[in-house]
Design a protein. Structure first.
Length: 598
């Protein structure tokens, strides 16, 4: 106690001693923890090995017992099926002279021993293998079951005795004429298994309510078995409910555990002494430089001065630590400067980006042209308010969807080709298409530009569109006017009739009305009236010629036909004076087909 008191007093005035004590305490706890953990693991391994050995032992013993039981069952069953036995039960003539020697010659297999009897259908003994033995099991349950149910039956009797009765069936009649009965002491069969039991284990065999220790007289160390399993006996033995359990014996050897414990105690003590000695010697050299380094660190933290540096005591580990500390503080100082600069620059960039985005948003929101952005698979990534307004859709309804369903079916192939061209230089294209807007089918002209990433891969397409329906209609009207002008020039002062078959509208020259006897001032022509004035005999021929010309089966529409005048007479129109300019192609699909008559 006096030594401990002096040690504590010295520790209060010396950081080196306290450090040595702390190091020793930490080392002791660490060593104790590791030693305890290692001890528990080793102890667990010992227990697992013993459990595995006990399990193997139980398997060996139970397997041997099962083999012996099956062998005995096969022997008795073979005797019961022997025609010699069944004939002896049916025919009693001279059986005493040959039956008893036969039974005495039968040897029990393995370690079994006992009485062997042949009884009749009433359970009365006829012959046995032992001289002067008496059979007093005539009314046992196994005997009754074998003779009445014609099946092998087993019963556990007193004093570790088993009675096994196997019915003998006479083949010609199929009747039970008796039984082969074995009365054996299973305790004797288990004696040879005692040598297989480990020196630190106790094997317990349970048959019904009876327990037989192997080896005899062994004592269990606990009430819980290390291994317990039912015996895998033949089905006829299941009524015995046999089970084998292996317990650790109370005289088990614990030398391994004692040696293991002693070894770990020695290791922990040695580690403690070494750590205390080294800690006492090294603490004095470590504490003071560390204290100076700690004071510098405290000032840097409390004052926030990254310009302070710790003194470097030398080139050893403490000196390298101080030098690394100073480099770290210098790096932090430089990083702080750069971080402040980056924060200012980033804020300026964010402000500029915010202003740019606001300007772009205002530009797009007030843009009358249609602006869209799609991915390489033609799905909307962005739509301008003007696009939503023209097509009568909300932004939520369009984003993520493809624009192809809005395109006229006749223009989808050309649109797909135009989109594919954007994946090749110069990554720009212009195309026109019809789309189903809120006002119906409208013509739109699109100027598209591909957006490329750093690898030169197209990641999006930006398109700017404009409604060009009025321009397309003006172009179509111009083409129609030019065609009519050409027809007028061909007519050259002759009767001119320009009829649109689909709309029924017509342009008629005064000469045409005069030729048919009508007043040009009030004459108005339609396709219905023109067809009604055809001669009935010429009607089918004119219609068929028109059809053939429109479908391209004949190069020119030139038909001679009769047409009724205002006075009701018929006037022949020669073929050279009737032309039907064929109009086809995309530009005239809405204009129909015109006929000129004179």
């Amino acid at each position: 106690m006096r030594y401990l008191r002096k040690l504590f007093q010295a520790a209060r005035g010396s950081l080196a001693i306290r450090m040595a004590l702390v190091m020793g305490g930490v080392a002791t706890l660490t060593a104790a923890f590791l030693a305890t953990l290692s001890f528990l693991v080793s102890q667990r391994l010992i227990v697992e090995n013993e459990r595995a050995a006990f399990g193997f032992q139980a398997d060996v013993v139970s397997g041997q017992i099962a083999i012996e039981a099956r062998t005995l069952e096969r022997m008795l069953t073979a005797m019961a099926r022997n025609g010699f036995i069944s004939n002896a039960l049916v025919d009693s003539f001279g059986r005493d002279q040959y039956l008893i020697p036969y039974l005495r010659d039968q040897a029990f297999p393995g370690g079994w021993s006992g009485e062997l009897w042949l009884v009749d259908f009433e359970g009365k003994p006829i012959a046995g293998n032992l001289k002067d033995a008496t059979f007093d099991h005539r009314n046992s349950a196994a005997m009754r079951a074998a003779l009445s149910d014609a099946k092998l039956s087993i019963e556990a009797l007193h004093d570790h005795v088993l009675l096994i009765a196997v019915p003998v069936v006479f083949p010609p009649t199929g009747s039970v004429e008796g039984a082969v009965v074995a009365v054996v002491d299973y305790r004797e069969a288990l004696v040879k298994f005692a040598t297989r039991a480990a020196h630190n284990s106790c094997v317990l065999l349970r048959i019904g309510a009876r327990e037989i220790p192997i080896p005899s007289g062994c004592r269990r160390a606990s009430d819980s078995p290390a291994v317990s399993k039912p015996l895998d006996l033949p089905e006829s033995f299941h009524s015995l409910s046999a089970e084998i359990s292996v317990y650790e014996s109370d005289n088990g050897d614990s030398v391994a555990t004692r040696n293991l414990t002693l070894g770990y105690i020695v290791v922990v003590g040695a580690v403690l002494l070494v750590v205390l000695a080294i800690g006492k010697r090294m603490s004095g050299r470590i504490i003071e430089p560390l204290a100076r380094l700690t004071r510098t660190a405290d000032r840097i933290v409390s004052e926030g001065r990254l310009d302070l540096r710790a003194p470097v005591p030398g080139e050893d580990e403490i000196g390298r630590l101080a030098n690394a500390f100073n480099q770290m503080v210098g790096s932090l100082q430089l990083t702080q400067t750069r971080l402040l600069s980056d924060i200012i620059e980033r804020k300026q960039t964010e402000d500029a980006l915010r202003v740019s985005e606001e300007k772009y948003r205002l530009l797009v929101d007030h843009q009358t042209d249609l602006v869209v952005k799609v991915d390489p698979e033609n799905h909307f990534l962005f739509v301008s308010p003007s696009y939503c307004q023209v097509f009568g859709k909300t932004e939520a309804e369009l984003l993520g969807k493809t624009f192809m369903p809005l395109i006229h079916e006749a223009d989808r192939a050309s649109t797909a080709t135009a989109m594919e061209d954007l994946f090749r230089p110069p990554y720009r294209d212009y195309h026109e298409q019809r789309a189903l807007a809120q006002a119906g089918w409208r013509w739109f002209g699109w100027a598209d530009t591909a957006v490329l990433n750093e690898d030169g891969k197209v990641v999006a397409i930006v398109g700017v569109g404009r409604d060009i329906t009025e321009r397309k209609q003006a172009e179509q009207a111009l083409r129609d006017s030019e065609e009519r002008l050409r027809l007028a020039l061909v007519a050259a002062n002759q009767g001119l009739f320009d009829l649109n078959i689909e709309s029924g509208e017509a342009l008629v020259s005064p000469e045409y009305a005069t030729m048919l006897g009508y007043d040009p001032a009030g004459f108005r022509e339609t396709n219905v009236r023109w067809i009604e004035r055809l001669h009935p005999d010429d009607h089918a021929r004119v219609v068929e010629a028109y059809r053939a010309y429109v479908q391209g089966e004949i190069p020119e529409y030139a038909v001679e036909f009769r047409q009724r005048t205002d006075s009701g007479s018929w006037k022949w129109i020669p073929p050279g004076q009737d032309r039907c300019p064929r109009r086809g192609g995309q530009a005239h699909s809405d204009a129909g087909h015109a006929h000129r008559h004179h």
